[in-house]
Design a binder for this molecule. Structure first.
Ligand code: SOE
Length: 387
């Protein structure tokens, strides 16, 4: 029987527009999803560029104003892959128009902005999800299963880092296409909202709410030419951000994100140390989970490196034969497959917009603490509502 079509309207054609479009095309080829995704329209301001993007990915039509896209009766899902300062307005309008909504991370530039988005999707009761894609790496999902099974015993430490090096040059301008992440008015923050937010999203999922943080941030290059004004302007984003924190379960948090770690391109690592076991994961080796279990026979006890590619590992039965690896783009495919399954049941897959809001509460507290120089509470009750 023919499946019901799900017409997608994508906003934004940058790096994330490509990852999402690839997921829309590949998902039904590898997963038995309840809808047939249709790449109905893509929207961005530059008509020539958006036409060429549409041609490359097979979108049926283009729009140059997101309002026209949201007004279209033939769009079921609005997917927001445009810069952070556009998320709230588009998401709220799309929800009010009764569309399903997916949004790139971070959900809002601030928690206050994200709260408005959550209110809109919850009052419209439309399926929604934030593309925190690293939750859907098979090795990370396996780690979640191990946590949920209680294999660690009491958890003492959760440690995460996201290291990059692409903004070290002081000649790099800020603002405009491709470089809006350096413009605080558009991005909301620097690495705190862009990279640390990934670490926080995974951590809240794996280890529960954070209660307090003490943070420091630094802007190493204080002025950069702005691409839109042509002038040298102050840099308002944080180039590096680190915090110590406490989770509600009593474990300690140690988090760091930077774009100034020379030699590291996208090194997201996390480690959990528990009473019985420890685990490590590393984005540069994403198909492996490092596992140490103190309950193993003492003569043979040691770190094992699990190659998470067997057919009984999370998501892997949909791919190749055991032992063959998948990569970064597959995390978006997994996410979209989960979204379609949930949407068909009228629900939203995690991370929902409310989960995305929880991450924004933490990033707000990190930035507040970096300014105040004090420990700041995160608002566990608010996160509890979210998680
Ligand atoms: C920044 O360089 C960036 O593209 C982030 O915006 C993504 O969320 C991260 O996954 C990779 O790095």
């Amino acid at each position: 029987m023919a499946k019901k079509q799900l017409n997608i309207g994508l906003v934004g054609y940058g790096f994330m527009g490509r990852t999402h479009s690839n997921a829309f095309l590949q998902t039904p080829r590898f997963f038995d999803v309840p809808y047939e995704p249709v790449l109905k329209a893509v929207c961005a301001r530059n008509a020539d560029r958006v036409r060429s993007f549409a041609g490359n990915w097979g979108y049926e039509s283009i729009e140059t104003d997101w309002r026209a896209l949201v007004d279209r009766k033939d769009i079921d899902l609005v997917d927001i892959a445009s810069p952070n300062d556009t998320h709230a307005e588009i998401a709220v309008a799309a929800a009010r128009a009764g569309k399903m909504v997916m949004c790139e991370k971070p959900l809002g530039r601030t928690a206050a902005e994200a709260e408005k988005i959550v209110a809109a999707v919850e009052s419209a009761r439309v399926p929604n999800s934030v593309w925190y894609n690293y939750r859907r790496v098979p090795a990370v999902v396996l780690l979640k299963h191990l946590v949920d099974e209680g294999r660690f015993g009491r958890i003492f430490h959760y440690r995460a880092q996201f290291l990059q090096d692409w903004t070290i040059s002081k000649e790099l301008p800020q603002g405009g296409e491709g470089l809006w992440r350096l413009d605080v008015a558009v991005a909301g923050s620097g690495v705190t909202g862009d990279l640390l937010a990934h670490c926080i999203d995974t951590a809240l999922w794996l280890n529960g709410a954070l209660s307090d943080v003490t943070a420091m941030t630094e802007t190493f290059i204080k002025e950069r030419k702005h691409n839109l004004t042509g002038r040298i302007e102050p840099v308002g984003i944080d180039d590096a951000s680190a915090f110590l924190g406490r989770f509600q379960n009593g474990s300690l948090a140690l988090f760091e994100a930077t774009r100034y770690a020379r030699g590291h391109k996208a090194l997201y690592t996390l480690e959990i140390n528990g009473e019985h076991a420890s685990a490590r994961w590393d984005l540069h080796d994403l198909h492996r989970l490092q596992w140490f279990d103190h309950r193993d026979d003492s003569q043979l006890r040691g770190w094992r490196s699990v190659h998470v590619t067997d057919s009984d590992h999370p998501y892997m039965k949909h791919w190749w034969v055991p032992g063959l690896q998948i990569g970064y783009e597959h995390t978006f495919i997994h996410h979209f497959a989960d979204f379609l399954d949930a949407a068909a049941r009228g629900t939203s897959p995690a991370p929902t917009f409310r989960d995305g809001l929880a991450t924004d509460y933490v990033t707000d507290a990190v930035l507040k603490s970096a300014r105040s120089g004090r420990w700041e509470a995160v608002g566990v009750a608010q996160q509890a509502g979210a998680l």
